[in-house]
Design a protein around this ligand. Structure first.
Ligand code: SF4
Length: 320
């Protein structure tokens, strides 16, 4: 990795987390799963091996600089170009963050490595953990999440149950619903039973409002999402459509993010008028992190200024 490699992106406005500063703990695209709805595209390194994929020392140095420059953020979010708990120095990173700032730490994880006690101990150092659970039976799990061969849905659910007992912070469980794949009443019923065992603080329902890795990963209507949320109980909310409402987010309007966002959006649109580009193309040309690119792309899509086209399994964006 080059000296100039950026492991930090944002802060970017996030409807769930306010202003979120993203830390990238694994290189593109290293994950234990290969979800059919992944916005980052196909997993190129499917693994369960933990190691220091991204050097923690470099992340901490970049974070210190951000703080020195007057960082404003509601959360420091550990995520990135794949599954962050694959980084074996996750716990050390959180301890280092605690030494330099009081900003709360959130982890976005697919939860599959929580079977490992050391991963649960690392995650328990955070303030908020947002794990995913898209299926409650093995067949649906394999269809949607295409896991590493050593991962099973029962182990995933049991480890979330164990983690809930060990962790005193907040757990917001994200469930990604895809039409005709995990929306049948018997699947929702199994999901409800799994949720009752896990006891998260919140359940947030998402769906494919944005282009997905596979074209057959289809969106669930707003009405159906709301109905399923009702069936899953009072702690469950449908968040997918709220993310794409075309209005500035509160945290965005009150911060210095807005001018930067306007500037980047303008250059991005002019780039997409010249030629169609993938998330990775944009990321390397504009030198911004793929996850941050996704935010700008979504903003332009909401304004109906660009469209997505799929070619050889890669999603390209172009101006209308
Ligand atoms: S767990 Fe997240 S990063 Fe990994 S493939 Fe699924 S959606 Fe993509």
């Amino acid at each position: 990795m080059s000296q100039k490699q950026q492991y930090i992106y944002g802060p970017v406005p996030s409807r769930r987390l306010g202003l979120s500063l993203g830390l990238d703990l694994v290189p593109y695209k290293t994950c234990t799963l290969d979800c059919i709805y992944c916005q980052l595209g196909a997993t190129t390194n499917k693994t369960i091996q933990r190691k220091e994929y991204t050097p923690i020392k470099a992340i901490v140095t970049q974070l210190k600089q951000k703080i020195k420059d007057g960082l404003e953020a509601d959360y420091i979010t550990l995520g990135g170009s794949g599954e962050p708990t694959l980084n074996s120095k996750l716990g050390l990173l959180i301890r280092e963050i605690r030494k330099i700032t009081n900003i709360p730490v959130a982890i976005l994880t697919n939860g599959t490595l929580l079977t490992d006690k050391s991963v649960r101990d690392d995650c328990a150092l955070a303030d908020l953990v947002i794990p995913s659970l898209d299926a409650a039976d093995e067949e649906t799990f394999r269809k949607i999440n295409r896991p590493h061969r050593d991962i099973s849905i029962e182990n995933l659910i049991s480890s979330l149950v164990t983690f809930r007992k060990e962790f005193s912070g907040k757990i917001w469980l994200e469930v990604f619903l895809l039409e005709g794949i995990n929306t049948a009443p018997q699947q929702t019923e199994k999901m409800k039973k799994a949720i009752e065992r896990i006891m998260p603080d919140k359940i947030q329902l998402n769906t494919a409002v944005r282009p997905t890795a596979e074209p057959y990963a289809k969106i669930v209507t707003r009405q159906k999402l709301t109905e399923i949320a009702g069936r899953l109980g009072p702690k469950c909310e449908a968040i997918a459509y709220a993310f794409d409402e075309n209005k500035p987010e509160q945290s965005e309007t009150k911060s210095k993010v807005a001018p930067r966002k306007a500037e980047i959006t303008k250059s991005l649109l002019s780039m997409l008028k010249r030629r169609p580009c993938s998330i990775n193309d944009i990321s390397s040309v504009m030198e911004i992190h793929p996850n941050e690119v996704i935010k700008y792309i979504n903003h332009l899509r909401m304004q109906n200024l660009i469209l997505a086209v799929r070619k050889n399994k890669i999603i390209f964006y172009k101006a209308k």
